[in-house]
Each structure stands twice: as structure tokens, then as C-alpha cells.
Design a binder for this molecule. Structure first.
Ligand code: AMP
Length: 421
């Protein structure tokens, strides 16, 4: 136990952590370019928040939440997704009083208790954006275009964007009745999960991966055929806006997504070759959620992508992100006087923005050089009493092995010049 992490969690360690940083930096940069600002909500919220937004009948709430009672007797839940917390914060901090739309992004861990497999963890990370206060189809298209740009920058091509509409409170109840009537005589063919879904939220049956259920659904009436004029027009406008942005998409009338709060647009991005968990990201519109929490009518649309799946897809494609520029300098000492001067030089180098390090194990000069090499130093600066007496140090280029004498006072400038080349 002491040396084993909990199932479904991961340690992220360099060099992989460097890739994480690059992916996160891209998420931040792109978000800012699109006018989104960061929001950091708590990692846990009142359990009720998720029950009331994600939905009691969703897989997340019914079986995947990390719920605990704190020492004050309150029921809290580690966040399984980002939207509910953002909407709660939008209301609590009166962000609706700001100029609309309010555009927010988040980046961080989420928690779901599901059976771990490739691309499915119990603690995973999401990058997500929420655009609150805009009902136009152009807003849906913007969120989708940010998502696709994120993947494009990472070099992920061959993605499929699947698009659907799940209707709204005006048209979904009628469709629900039609679907119930279709499923009723076919109940015996549904799996146990879907039987429970059938009674409480029949649309959810579309999320099932069981072969029997899929066969039942092959002939089922589809939500798209029952959309009200407003939802139909919205879907058509999203398609037009995507065409305008030259973003290819596929209509997927079976796509419903697992959360209760979606209205109108639902979409998912699929990447081939990463196994069963091929949905790399997804999102949709949730026009009624803010109001359901007691806030003003605020149409909204959002998107989230799982970073583990992004990395998995990057790995599968054999693509790696450019490593950070090599500016690593090792400061080696030949003797005590060199070590003393090295302390000062190290500080100067770090202040000048170099990644710089020294020995802390009393190693011989030879062992220091070996260590510098293994650490990946581009340059090693060697300091010794005799040379320092002449006011110089030795600069060694690790790859070529070439060495030169450089005045001690000018090392930083000389290295800046070298490493800029
Ligand atoms: P969802 O909120 O379920 O639509 O999830 C949005 C995205 O988060 C998915 O497309 C995945 O990339 C990622 N994701 C969801 N659940 C997990 C999980 N258990 N492990 C890893 N990634 C996940």
C-alpha cells in the first residue's frame, strides 16, 4: 500500500510532465486568443450540485462519484466534470452582471469511479471552456472551432467531429413518449442498466455499448426527427457556421451524451486507434442550467477534452511535442575555490533565465562531467583555482567536446550568445 498508488491514478513524471506542460500551455494560449479567461473552482463541491445538474440517472451520478461525508457531516463530492462548478461559480460570483457572453476556461483534475482501462482513469484531467450568455449558433461553432484548433495545433488529424441536437424542454418530452412507446415491447432485449434507464431517462439508452441494446436502437425513432422548429433551425445554423469555418463534421443522430443538462447541440470528437475510449472530447449547449439553479435565463455552450486521451492519441500517432529549448548549463568545480566561485555563477545564470545546476554530492571533477552529460547539459562551465587566478573559466560544449577559456565576468553573456545560435 505504501508504495502503490490508488487504482486508476497516475504519477506524471518528466519527461512526460514536459509534454503535459506543453499541452497545458497550448490550452491556455489558445483560450486567451479566443477571449476566454481562466476559472479555478474547488476540486470538491456539495454533492447536490452534481445530482441536480448532471442528473440522478446519469452514469456519473448514479455510480461514478467520489462522494464522502466531511467531519462536519456534509456530503461532498470530488468534481466529476467541470460545467456544474463553473455554473455554480457564475451564479455565486454574479458573473452574469459582467458583459455577456462570459467566456471561461479551466484546466485540472476530475474524478470518476469507473473501471480503469486505456484512456479511462479515476483521476483524469480536462481542459474545458464554457461560453455563458450567448444563444446563437455562432457561439456553438466558436467553441467547436477552439476545440478543433487545439487538436490541430497538437498535430492530431484524422479526427471526426460528430454533431447532433438533443432537443429542448419544448420538444424532448414528446420525443421521450415516442421512444418509450418504441422501447416498451422490446424491454426484454435491453441490458439491466438500460432497463433502469428506460424507466427514468430513456434517451440514455443511446449511450449503451451493449450489442443487444444497440440492435434494439438500430430501428428506434431518432430525436432529430422530433425537434421543434427552433431546435431544427438552431441545428441547421450550427451546420452552416461550421461550414463557414471549414470544419468538417458528421451528423450522428444517435449521439445523446450522458449528462442531463444538455439542450440542442451535442457534439463529440472521436479519434481512431486509441481503443474503446475513442471520444477524445465533447460538449454541447445547456440553455436551461443557469436558470434551473435559480439564475437569470442564460443560454450557454461548452466543451471539455480529456488530456490523458490527448496524450494517448499523440503517442499512437508517434508525434512528440518539441522539447523545451536546450539551455541547460552545468557548473562544475575542480576544487574548493572553483566551488565557491561556482555558487555565484550559478545564481547569475539562473537569474539570466538559464536552467542551471551544480553538484551537491562532493563528486570528483570527472564524476561531475559524467553527471552533467547524463543530466543533458548543453554546456558545462568548469571553475578551478588556477584559472580563476587568471580571471577565466572553461566553457565546454558537451556535444562536440570543444572547450574554450572565457573571462569569468562575461560567462553569462558568452553563453547567451552560444545558446542563441
Ligand atoms: P464527458 O464529460 O464524459 O463528456 O468527458 C469529456 C472528455 O473527458 C472525454 O471525451 C474524455 O476525453 C475525458 N474523460 C471522461 N472520463 C474520463 C476518464 N474516466 N478517464 C479519462 N478521461 C476521461
Amino acid at each position: 500500500m505504501l508504495t502503490t498508488r490508488p487504482r486508476g491514478t497516475e504519477d506524471i513524471i518528466a519527461p512526460e510532465a514536459d509534454v503535459w506542460q506543453a499541452v497545458e500551455e497550448l490550452a491556455r494560449t489558445l483560450s486567451h486568443r479566443y477571449g476566454y479567461e481562466e476559472i479555478r473552482t474547488p476540486l470538491f463541491e456539495h454533492t447536490e450540485l452534481y445530482a441536480r445538474s448532471v442528473g440522478e440517472t446519469s452514469d456519473i451520478v448514479s455510480k461514478e462519484m467520489y462522494t464522502f461525508t466531511d467531519r462536519g457531516g456534509r456530503s461532498l463530492t470530488l468534481r466529476p466534470e467541470g460545467t456544474a462548478g463553473v455554473v455554480r461559480a457564475f451564479l455565486e460570483n454574479r458573473l452574469y452582471a459582467r458583459p455577456l457572453p462570459v467566456k471561461l476556461y479551466y484546466l485540472g483534475p476530475m474524478f470518476r469511479f469507473a473501471r480503469p482501462q486505456a484512456g479511462r482513469l479515476r483521476q483524469f484531467h480536462q481542459f474545458g471552456v464554457e461560453l455563458l450568455g450567448a444563444g446563437e449558433a455562432a457561439a456553438d461553432a466558436e467553441v467547436i472551432s477552439l476545440a478543433m484548433e487545439f487538436y490541430r495545433h497538437l498535430g492530431l488529424e484524422e479526427l471526426t467531429l460528430r454533431l447532433n441536437s438533443v432537443g429542448c424542454p419544448a420538444c424532448r418530452p414528446a420525443y421521450r413518449e415516442v421512444l418509450l412507446a418504441y422501447l416498451e415491447p422490446r424491454q426484454h432485449s435491453l441490458c439491466a442498466d438500460c432497463l433502469a434507464r428506460y424507466a427514468r431517462n430513456p434517451l440514455r439508452v443511446f449511450d449503451c455499448k451493449e450489442e443487444g441494446c444497440r440492435q434494439v436502437l438500430a430501428e428506434a425513432p431518432l430525436v432529430t426527427a422530433y425537434l421543434c422548429p427552433e431546435c431544427s433551425a438552431h441545428l441547421a445554423a450550427v451546420r452552416d457556421a461550421l461550414r463557414l469555418l471549414a470544419i468538417p463534421y458528421e451528423d450522428d443522430p444517435y449521439l445523446v451524451r450522458g449528462l442531463d443538462y444538455y439542450t440542442k447541440t451535442a457534439f463529440e470528437v472521436i479519434v481512431p486507434g486509441i481503443g474503446a475510449q475513442s471520444a477524445i472530447g465533447g460538449g454541447g449547449r445547456y440553455d436551461g442550467l443557469v436558470e434551473a439553479f435559480g439564475g437569470p435565463h442564460t443560454p450557454a455552450v461548452g466543451f471539455a477534452t480529456g488530456l490523458e486521451r490527448v496524450l494517448l492519441a499523440l503517442g499512437v500517432r508517434g508525434k512528440t511535442l518539441a522539447p523545451p529549448a536546450g539551455r541547460k548549463v552545468f557548473v562544475a568545480a575542480a576544487d574548493a575555490a572553483g566551488a565557491a566561485a561556482g555558487v555565484e555563477l550559478l545564481a547569475r545564470l539562473r537569474r539570466a533565465g538559464f536552467t542551471a545546476d551544480r553538484d551537491y554530492l562532493g563528486r570528483s571533477l570527472k564524476a561531475q562531467m559524467k553527471h552533467a552529460d547524463r543530466w543533458g547539459a548543453t554546456i558545462t562551465v568548469i571553475l578551478g583555482e588556477a584559472e580563476l587566478g587568471r580571471g577565466t573559466v572553461t566553457v565546454r560544449h558537451m556535444q562536440s567536446g570543444e572547450q574554450e577559456a572565457v573571462p569569468f565576468a562575461q560567462v553569462v553573456e558568452a553563453l547567451k550568445e552560444h545558446l542563441a545560435r
